[in-house]
Design a protein around this ligand. Structure first.
Ligand SMILES: [Zn+2]
Length: 147
């Protein structure tokens, strides 16, 4: 199970809509709980590093961008708990490519963007033997308003 701040859920949807018809991607920052649950309190948008024509169905995060995101997270006392990306005009289900490029323990949020509108958002975790993704339940948290 993953708990995602409501504001961050809408940021991921909006990022997917903004980059449509291309895929967007980014990091989810937060912390790992001792019981294995993940908490997402912040998202870190990353540009899609692929060539224009490949952006529609492949996402890639450059190592230096990942490092920059990890550094940013560390400075805020957060961990990278997962990645998110969008599927323009495709369901919010990871592709075979996504499976081949996934890391264990991270959560993968996929946003389905149809005709420029985010219509679905699901979170997935890879089976440790890398055979498949399992959908994981998303709990939505609402952060307290700051004075
Ligand atoms: Zn994908």
């Amino acid at each position: 199970m993953i708990t995602i701040d409501a504001q961050q859920l809408s940021e991921m949807r909006q990022h997917g809509e903004r980059d449509y018809p291309f895929e967007c991607c980014g990091l989810m920052l937060g912390r790992f709980e001792s019981d294995g649950r993940k908490i997402v309190t912040e998202t870190y948008p990353i540009s899609n590093a692929r060539e224009e024509e490949a952006k529609r169905n492949r996402f890639l995060i450059r190592p230096e961008e990942l490092r920059r995101g990890e550094k940013y997270a560390r400075e805020k006392g957060l961990d990278v708990v997962g990645l998110y990306h969008s599927h323009p005009d495709e369901p919010a289900v990871p592709s075979q490519y996504d499976l081949e490029h996934a890391w264990p323990t991270y959560s993968y949020v996929v946003v389905s963007v149809e005709k420029g509108r985010a219509v679905d958002l699901r979170s997935w975790e890879m089976e440790p033997d890398r055979s498949r993704f399992n959908q994981e339940e998303i709990a939505v948290s609402v952060s307290e308003a700051r004075p």
